[in-house]
Design a protein around this ligand. Structure first.
Ligand code: UDP
Ligand code: MG
Length: 344
């Protein structure tokens, strides 16, 4: 029999404050347009307050100047300026740290992710989805090299990783407060945001969209940064490389035993043993190579352990605008509150 009772969890969630985090690195060419579009979209949400948190990730162009201006004209604009370039993933983390909304959206500054999609994400959040992540149907204006490498990367990380990381999803997403807090409670240094959010769990669903070409400016993800992100993703979310080392080690140990028996047999039962040096030479090279390879794998993990135990703050904020907690703002940083500027 159908029931008309509405249980508490069936009621749509109330959105009082929505935070939007925008990481920016040398984006002066796009910020004015991005800001206009984002404000336009958010103004369409009825009875929802919003804050837009721009994180300046050590830009060397006029980005920070532009952001200060946006803040002066609109108190809903908040600015977190990092003291240098810490990279996209850390910039996103910094923005999340300073967000206070019931739900928090993360969006790139270059309009590749259409801000309008945030509305659909909000609708999903209202009916109980904790993470609505943008899944790319299509990527316009990106080189076929980038498309192919991205595809390979997403497939590879998924087959290796211990948690299911959504395919073809970047960091464009909307997260519930609870998820954001759980994410921020993770102390690790190598931050692969989409993997960490997937790890958190809760209800996560894709929202499909077409990824457009950059509105202006150039990509801030050259090949080196892409490789770094890929290795962060794989090494932080999988112990497969280590397991591979164990398998290789086992196989090569077996081969070595066969080789040793063969060498001993030659030595004892034939008189052809002097010529065996060829075998020795090959074996030496082979095991030398294998050992070097896995020393590298070990080194990767040891390096990670090293950077984790250093416990350095993940980022440093040099300036904050539009936060009402009585924190020192632009130009009035006080020496007696050093603890306010370091974030573990
Ligand atoms: N970004 C950043 N720090 C960086 C690199 C990029 O904050 O070191 C920002 C950048 O401003 C943009 C977003 O991260 O808002 C995505 O970068 P981009 O569009 O260059 O990457 P792509 O879309 O080409 O992968
Ligand atoms: Mg982009």
């Amino acid at each position: 029999m159908e029931s008309n009772v509405i249980y508490e969890e069936d009621r749509p969630r109330q959105l009082t404050l929505l935070s939007v985090v925008v990481p920016c690195c040398d984006e002066e060419a796009v910020i004015p347009e991005t800001h206009k579009r984002v404000v336009n979209v958010l103004s369409g949400l009825e009875n929802v307050g919003f804050e837009i948190i721009y994180v300046d990730d050590g830009s060397r162009d006029g980005t920070l100047r532009l952001l200060r201006m946006l803040h002066r004209n609109d108190p809903r604009v908040r600015v977190v300026a990092l003291s240098r370039n810490f990279g996209h993933q850390v910039a996103v983390t910094a923005g999340l740290t300073y967000s206070s909304g019931d739900a928090v959206a993360v969006i790139d500054a270059d309009l590749q992710d259409p801000p309008e999609v945030i509305l659909e994400m909000v609708e999903r959040w209202r009916v109980g989805v904790d993470v609505a992540y943008g899944a790319r149907l299509d990527r316009e204006g990106e080189s076929s090299f980038k498309k192919v490498t991205a595809k390979v990367f997403y497939r590879l990380i998924n087959s290796l990783s211990d948690v299911a990381i959504p395919l073809d999803a970047g960091d464009f997403r909307l997260m519930d407060r609870e998820v954001v807090d759980a994410f921020l409670a993770m102390p690790e240094r190598d931050r692969f945001v989409r993997g960490m959010v997937a790890w958190v769990g809760y209800r996560q669903e894709p929202v499909y969209y077409r990824r457009l070409a950059r509105f202006a400016g150039e990509t801030k993800y050259p090949l080196t940064k892409m490789l770094r992100l890929a290795s962060d993703g794989i090494l932080s979310f999988s112990s497969a490389p280590l397991r591979l080392a164990v398998h290789f080690g086992f196989v090569s140990a077996c081969l070595a035993i066969v080789g040793i028996i063969y060498a001993i047999a030659l030595r004892l039962f034939t008189d052809r043993w002097v010529t065996g040096w060829t075998l020795l030479f090959i074996a030496m090279l082979f095991f030398g190579g294998v050992q070097m390879m896995f020393l590298g794998v070990m080194g990767e993990y040891v390096g990670r352990i090293y950077s984790e135990i250093k416990r350095r703050p993940l980022f440093l904020v040099k300036e904050r605008l539009g936060f009402s907690s009585g924190e020192p703002e632009l130009g009035e940083r006080r020496a007696d509150r050093p603890d306010q500027r370091a974030h573990a």
